[in-house]
Design a protein around this ligand. Structure first.
Ligand code: PLP
Length: 388
């Protein structure tokens, strides 16, 4: 994979040994435009902040997307700081303090709360009436599964949302508490690679919402199908294909807003993780490239059990009096600086030529990279963060 010039030039001026995340806000903006163009006309596009909460990226998404989807008080504060035009607040474990913060935010920002349980409704109701501009949707774990992906959120036991069989009782509780419900939140999948199946899921989510709202006496205004547009890290050709989103089966009545809230698809291509090769060694017949960096900065390959592709950036400078270690034409395991055999970013990867002091650059690391990693394990310094 070739690297953009601006990434290469940022790396050239980074302190050695290089260990850095590079984020490109221009890519973030372009991604929003591409996704928006592929959605049904008039659809709402939120960015799911949990994919990458770096303020520069969050700012770029606040600017270009319709709003930000947040799932904690911390993300809510970030979204407010970023000046998000709209905020959707979800998550299965909102504390009373977080609900109050949302209540407060609803006075100044267009806010939609995705309520995940009967008890959460009671906690919300106890805070008094929400401003009339605020909206409440019920997050539902439907009886049927969503499209295939890396994680299923619905159609299976999970802590997310209200079981479809309990929806009628939760809807009547909302009515008795005076909490007006405007629709449903149906986030169902992470990392779907099948755009036609995703579009079919969204069309079905709308049809189900219409039927269910009619049954429950809800005046349907809002259907949020969540995120889940996927990236195929080890086989880029299989990533979610926006051009294959076919909305012909979608029957969306006037006055009903259809919302999407992808994270990974918007943020992954906006980030690169670069780490310098500190050592090359062979034990029991296997080659290891040891990096200044690792899974405490980029945990995804270890969490998901795949090898993340990388590009070798050659650094010719070698200011030392001793011989420079080098390998060529072999397979290498790319490991980090942590004292655990699980600190592996890529296994058995064929390499043309690699020297100590060269850089490995991992693309598609803007989503669920730094944000999901255990930064303090072993107390190595954090990577530099360079924002383009
Ligand atoms: C994580 C999450 C998203 C974003 O998911 P992606 O797979 O990154 O698109 C959207 N909505 C909810 C409720 C989530 O939990």
């Amino acid at each position: 994979m070739s690297l953009p010039d601006q990434v290469l030039s940022a790396l050239a001026s980074t302190e050695r040994p290089v260990c850095a995340y590079i984020y490109d806000t221009g890519v973030a903006r372009d991604r929003v435009a591409a996704v928006r163009a592929a959605l049904p006309p008039g659809a709402t596009l939120y960015y799911a902040v949990k994919a990458n909460g770096h303020p520069a990226l969050v700012g770029a998404y606040a600017d270009t997307a319709d709003g930000l989807e947040v799932a904690s008080g911390g993300e809510l504060a970030l979204a407010l700081d970023a000046g998000a035009r709209r905020i959707a607040f979800g998550g299965p474990a909102k504390t009373p303090a977080e609900l109050s913060a949302a209540h407060e935010a609803a006075r100044t920002t267009d806010l939609t709360l995705h309520v995940e349980s009967a008890l959460e409704l009671r906690r919300l109701g106890a805070l008094g009436p929400l401003p009339s501009s605020a909206r409440v949707a019920l997050r539902v774990n439907r009886a049927v599964a969503g499209p295939a992906g890396s994680h299923a959120m619905t159609g299976t036991p999970t802590p997310f949302g209200i079981d479809e069989t309990q929806l009628a009782s939760v809807a009547s509780l909302a009515a008795s508490l005076g909490v007006p419900v405007c629709g449903f939140h149906l986030h169902a999948v992470s990392n779907s690679l099948d755009a036609p199946a995703y579009a079919a899921f969204a069309a079905d989510a709308v049809a189900w919402s219409r039927r269910t709202a009619a049954e429950l006496g809800i005046d349907l205004r809002y259907v949020n199908v969540g995120g889940g547009f996927g990236i195929s890290y080890d086989d880029p050709g299989r990533s979610f294909d926006l051009t294959a989103l076919d909305w012909s089966a979608l029957d969306l009545p006037d006055g009903v807003e259809l919302a999407f809230e992808p994270g990974r698809f918007l943020a992954a291509p906006a980030g690169w993780y670069a780490a310098e090769v500190l050592d090359l060694k062979r034990t029991h017949g296997r080659w290891f490239a040891v990096l200044r960096g690792g899974t405490h900065h980029f945990r995804l390959p270890a969490a998901w059990g795949y090898s993340h592709p990388f590009t070798v950036v050659r650094v010719d400078d070698w200011p030392h009096p001793w011989e420079r270690p080098e390998i060529s034409g072999v397979e290498v395991d790319v490991v980090g600086e942590l004292c655990t055999p699980r600190d592996v970013l890529a296994r058995r990867t064929p390499i043309d030529r690699l020297r100590v002091g060269d850089l490995l650059v991992f693309g598609q690391t803007g989503a669920y990279g730094w944000d999901i990693s255990h930064h303090e394990f072993l107390r190595h310094p954090h990577p530099d963060v360079i924002v383009l």
